[in-house]
Design a protein around this ligand. Structure first.
Ligand SMILES: [Zn+2]
Ligand SMILES: [Zn+2]
Length: 152
């Protein structure tokens, strides 16, 4: 199975093949900041099985032992890259089909925001799907003519 995905603007795209070593939700404070969210759903693959098919992430060294990759154009968080390991973590939310890779567990759950477990019980609304052309987001598949010029 090959998992494909990319950043919001489409400047960076990837294809990951081979075994998914882990699929989880991280609650650590660094992932909260890096994702701009209270959770970071991620999956882990061997680095040799990951291809950047369009562009490559910018990287910021978030600790002495790891870097995080992101798109410097649109800001999408893409990777956690520990030094000296043969694996790399990628954001599940950047997959073309995030529903296809359900996380199997939580990590750093001692840092979970206290209201996390109330989320599934909150009232729900649904909004109409916006028609294509109303956003500049890259579609959920590889394209040859992207990025396009943004119209004013
Ligand atoms: Zn981007
Ligand atoms: Zn984390």
């Amino acid at each position: 199975m090959t998992l494909t995905g990319g950043c919001q603007c489409g400047g960076i795209r990837f294809a990951a093949s081979g075994e998914v070593k882990e699929a989880a939700i991280c609650h650590c404070r660094m992932c909260q900041k890096a994702a701009g969210s209270v959770i970071w759903p991620f999956f882990t693959v061997e680095r040799v099985n990951l291809d950047w098919t369009q562009g490559e992430p910018s990287r910021w060294r978030s600790s002495p032992s790891a870097q995080r990759g992101f798109c410097c154009a649109c800001g999408t968080p893409l990777t956690f890259e520990p030094d000296g390991k043969e694996t790399i973590d990628l954001s599940i939310g950047t997959l073309d089909e995030p529903a296809a890779l359900p996380p199997t567990h939580h990590v750093w759950s001692q840092k979970m925001v206290p209201w996390f477990d109330t989320l599934s019980g909150l009232p729900r609304t649904t909004e109409p799907e916006s028609s294509s052309g109303e956003s500049f987001q890259h579609p959920d598949y590889g394209t040859k003519d992207w990025p396009r010029e943004h119209k004013p």
